[in-house]
Design a binder for this molecule. Structure first.
Ligand SMILES: O=C(O)c1ccccc1N[C@@H]1O[C@H](COP(=O)(O)O)[C@@H](O)[C@H]1O
Length: 160
């Protein structure tokens, strides 16, 4: 996952550790996409969405430029100048409305997920993939193996 990193820096990380995909989680512009596309890996764009109720069209207007550019999308809560990992949730019902009307590519639900709410989030939103950061930390800033296990079990159970 990268926040506002130019393609040449990401290339160095790929060459050093190898990556399967690139998650862009900052203020990257769709007009600059060519540099990241040239890296030759699947691109996942974190699209920041306000946490209140939205129409399917309002969500689609935010998502569409990125799917048109060939990206997968991860929907995260807009946390202003913070870029993510803030534990803020989206309106899952609005996402279901958008997904049923518009989503033609696989999308990832993020934002404020934790073991305690991931099953409900999946049920309400219809998400088939989820991502989490702060919700599996205990204490804050430190990933907890037991919370990660709990999160994965509950997500898998929700998908049956
Ligand atoms: O995890 C982080 O610390 C982080 C830092 C900067 C940008 C994104 C970050 N994480 C991503 O944020 C979302 C949601 O996080 P949370 O579950 O609400 O805490 C998730 O996609 C993480 O990959």
């Amino acid at each position: 996952m990268f926040v506002n990193k130019p393609a040449d820096q990401i290339r160095r990380v790929i060459d050093t550790v190898g990556l399967d995909a690139i998650q862009l989680h900052g203020d990257e512009l769709v007009t600059d996409i060519a540099g990241w596309v040239d890296l030759g890996l699947p691109l996942i764009r974190a699209v920041k969405i306000p946490g209140h109720k939205l129409t399917a069209r309002e969500i689609e207007d935010r998502v569409r430029p990125w799917t048109d550019a060939g990206c997968h999308v991860l929907l995260d809560a807009d946390a202003g100048s913070a870029h993510g990992g803030m534990g803020r949730s989206l309106d899952w019902d609005s996402l279901r409305g958008w997904s049923e009307q518009f989503a033609t590519v696989r999308w990832v639900l993020a934002g404020g997920l934790q073991p305690e709410n991931v099953a409900e989030a999946i049920r309400v939103s219809g998400a088939r993939s989820v991502d989490v950061a702060s919700g599996v930390e205990s204490p804050r800033g430190q990933k907890s193996a037991s919370r990660i296990t709990q999160f994965c079990e509950r997500a898998r159970n929700a998908w049956g």
